[in-house]
Every structure is written in C-alpha cells, then in structure tokens.
Design a protein around this ligand. Structure first.
Ligand code: 3S4
Length: 321
C-alpha cells in the first residue's frame, strides 16, 4: 500500500419504498421518492471495505478485479472530479487510486461501494465538502447511494431532476428487530433492467405521484416509533413493485422465492413479520428479535440460505494516515 491512505467501511442497503426508474445512465437520479435502510450482520460482518490511496500510478480494484476508469458507474467518475484538489494537498503524488472489497454483501453493494468512496474523499477534505452536490456525485456510481451515506432509515426525495436524502431514524431505533435474509442461488438481474422497464408500465406515473405521499406516511410512522408499520409499508410496496415489474416482463421472484413468501404469509398467524424483495434473488423477512430463530427454521425448509441482519449506521473510517 502506498503511503497516504484512508480506509472506510460502509454498509449495503435494502429498499423500503423501492426505487425503479432513473433519470439517465449518467446522473442516475431517481425518478421518484424512495426510502431504505442500511444493513449489516449481527456481528457487523457485512460491509464494503474501501481503501483510497495516493500513488503515482492510477489503479482501481473492485473485488480483486481492475476496473477501467472509463467504465460506466466507475468510482473514478467521482474520484476524478475531486482528484485535483486532493492532489493539491499532497503534491508528492500524481494519482488517486482505490481498492474495494465486498464482505458477505447480499445485495445493495453498489450503494455501499459509492458511500465508502464518498467517505474516503470526505475524510481527506475533512468534511469541507458540499454534501448536497456530493450525494448527486455519488449517485453516478449508485442511484441509492444516500441510503448508505447516512445509514439507518432514510428517505430520498427525488423527481428525476433533483434528489436529496433525509436521515429519518438511526440503527438504535431498530434494535428490537432482526431481518432474516433468505438468499437464493439464482443470479440476479442487473438493476438497469428494472430501471429501464418499470417506467413503461401504465401505472408508473401514478407510482411516481404516490411516492411523496407514501414517504410522508413513513415519516409519520418514524415519528411515532411505528417500526412494524415501516416494514409493513415495505411489504406492500414489494407487492406493487414486483407485480408491475412482472407485467413489463421482468420477473425477479422465482417460484421457490414465491413458495417461501407464501410460507411467510402463513406464519403471520403465529408471529408478526413483513417481507421485502428488492432487485436481487433474496427475500428479506423482518421479525421481532425474539422470533428470529423461528423464522430461520422456517426458511431452512426452502432452497435458500438464511442470514440474520440488523440495521446499520453511517460509514466508519477505520484508519487514515
Ligand atoms: C433495484 O438502487 P437492489 C433496487 O429500492 C435498488 O432497493 C436500486 O434494489 C431497489 O438492486 C431498491 O439494490 O437490490
């Protein structure tokens, strides 16, 4: 590792009010208001770890593979914007490079990757950066980067032209809940397949219109500490989102995932739960902490791997020199 570096951990995310449709392939501003949570494992063992370092040769490595600076959504899109100012502070170097690695991430890794790069840059600038523009910069790497930048439960107010994330609740507000992530082995569809197709649904304009109102309802639930209500809103939105996606030819929920969902619905008679499916082949089931084992045991009857999750916070700077 070169001499000057900063190392950051950031946490991946799950949508609650799910994101479908972005402004364009470059800016990637969400076309409507969305909400989400950052998550990690119960032992904080799920995250993206990124090292940003100054060097004399430009290099960017994600999960052991060199990424081209010209590839779309490359972290260099943001690094290059701040490169000159970073190097002015350290004139002995000519390049800014990075190494990023996903640790046990189930989905939402690009949010965490973007937020980790962002935290590295902010830590070099020592917070002397315009946070509003900066979120939009990071959205070029991942449209829902704000969820991971702020951690906890966030609402991103957006309309395809402007986008701004509000921090609503911290991880401590979710302490009584565990999310049992049921991971299925099928490959996921790229999120751009979702974004480019859902906008063609005849009810998409209505979904866009309703999103701000739904976000207001989520804010009220957060104010009154109604965490179950937040997860239940996620389940309701999952149903709308995936039925719209199916109707435009994008099927994410496999038959086996559907069978598990039916079991989860049956289990509501025994204990409270709410499920969410984002863009990947995973069913995230929120339960009260006391019922996590019951849910895990039920999931074991299906072809999936259950993993316990909790709501995570903002990115952490692990070390810096
Ligand atoms: C498609 O940024 P995933 C979606 O709101 C995120 O979580 C897009 O899920 C939906 O690709 C969402 O991160 O799984």
């Amino acid at each position: 590792m070169e001499k000057y570096y900063v190392e950051v951990k950031a946490y991946p995310t799950i949508g609650i009010l799910l994101l479908g449709g972005v402004s364009d392939n470059k800016k990637r501003l969400p076309r409507h208001t969305t909400a989400g949570i950052a998550y990690t494992g119960l032992d904080d063992d799920i995250y993206v770890k990124t090292d940003l370092y100054l060097s004399n040769q430009k290099s960017g490595i994600i999960n052991g593979k060199e990424v081209s600076p010209d590839s779309p959504r490359s972290p260099f899109v943001v690094i290059d914007k701040y490169r000159h100012e970073i190097l002015m502070r350290h004139p002995e170097y000519s390049e800014v490079s990075f190494v990023s690695e996903n640790k046990n991430v189930i989905s939402g890794s690009s949010d965490a990757g973007a937020a980790a790069i962002g935290e590295c840059i902010q830590s070099i600038f020592e917070y002397n950066i315009n946070i509003f523009n900066f979120e939009n910069d990071l959205q070029q790497i991942s449209e829902s980067a704000g969820r991971s930048m702020f951690g906890g439960f966030t609402i991103n107010h957006a309309n395809g032209k402007e986008s701004l994330t509000d921090e609503i609740l911290g991880p401590e507000d979710f302490e009584d809940f565990v999310i049992v992530a049921c991971k299925f082995s099928e490959d996921r569809k790229p999120s751009d397949t979702i974004h480019s197709n859902i906008i063609n649904h005849e009810k998409y304009a209505e979904r866009v219109k309703n999103s701000e109102l739904r976000a207001k309802e989520l804010e009220k639930m957060a104010d009154s500490g109604d965490i179950k209500g937040i997860f239940e809103a996620g389940e309701k939105d999952t149903q709308e989102y995936h039925s719209m996606l199916r109707e435009v030819g994008v099927s994410i929920i496999t038959d086996e995932m559907q069978r598990l969902i039916e079991k989860v619905e049956e289990l509501k008679a025994e204990f409270w739960n709410a499920y969410i499916v984002t863009g990947g082949t995973n069913v995230f089931v929120a339960v009260e902490r006391k019922n996590m084992e019951k849910m895990k045991n039920a999931a074991m009857e299906f072809k999936c791997t259950p993993v316990y999750l909790k709501v995570a916070g903002k990115p952490d700077v692990i070390s810096k020199n």
